[in-house]
Design a protein around this ligand. Sequence first.
Ligand SMILES: NC(=O)c1ccc[n+]([C@@H]2O[C@H](COP(=O)([O-])OP(=O)(O)OC[C@H]3O[C@@H](n4cnc5c(N)ncnc54)[C@H](O)[C@@H]3O)[C@@H](O)[C@H]2O)c1
Length: 251
Amino acid sequence: MILVTGSAGKIGQAVVAELQARQCPVRGFDRVPTPGLKDAVVGSITNPDDVRSAMDGVEVLIHLAATPDDDLFVERLVPNNIIGVYHVFEAAREAGVRRMIVASSGQVVWGSRLTGPWPLGEHATPTPRYWYAATKLFLEGAGRAFADRYGISVAAVRLGWCPRTPEQVQEIAQLEWAQDVYLSPEDAGRFFADAATAKTEFTFAIVYATSIPKKIARYDLSLAQKLFGYVPTQTWPEGIETVVGATPPTG
Ligand SMILES: NC(=O)c1ccc[n+]([C@@H]2O[C@H](COP(=O)([O-])OP(=O)(O)OC[C@H]3O[C@@H](n4cnc5c(N)ncnc54)[C@H](O)[C@@H]3O)[C@@H](O)[C@H]2O)c1
């Protein structure tokens, strides 16, 4: 069984759809109902009982639930991106989960995205954008500790930009670097499904996931390919039609 937290979100829905298409047993977890998924727990990652109730029989965890960008620190980032990570990781360990694929962000190497040296790889010095990126470094650190201490395979994924709103689509259309790190929902679904199901052995890995870069390969996709067989199939702006209200950018 594969558990997807944040299953009702932009990336979560794409991941669930891809896992269903591959006929993998999948369970969702989100604070709102997950469209098109019967086996979906409604609860909060800030509540350990909610999280534990979703872990029965889970072998692989895909952890996406979070506040997905900078926001109120004490009210949102701390509960969802720090305390929630603690509850999800601990419940996964208690339940005997063997592999965890957890969503970090390209915002942890924000300062280097414009300067390089490209492609930024697993050893790139963290240059976090702000508090949200700092919470993702916490998640990466907790993931490494879990791999070392418990022998659970943990991959922290520095995701490119998968737009959630028409405004974000327009932003990407104006920014050359953003088109290079664009991640289409379909490629996001494929990445996580590949990472969850690949017959591979690893302890801890930091990998990057984007679609095919428009001009410059700013993030190194080679480890994701080596470990999980992930190969992106789309490039900006392919796939943006799944962002509600988005229209193809002009120019
Ligand atoms: N979309 C991107 O460009 C991008 C880039 C880098 C990293 N990420 C990361 O990928 C993950 C998914 O992002 P997304 O773009 O799909 O965001 P999203 O906001 O569309 O999805 C997040 C989901 O998490 C759920 N959630 C939030 N707090 C929760 C809680 N306390 N309990 C249960 N569920 C909760 C929300 O209801 C939502 O459905 C996040 O961890 C985000 O930080 C996204």
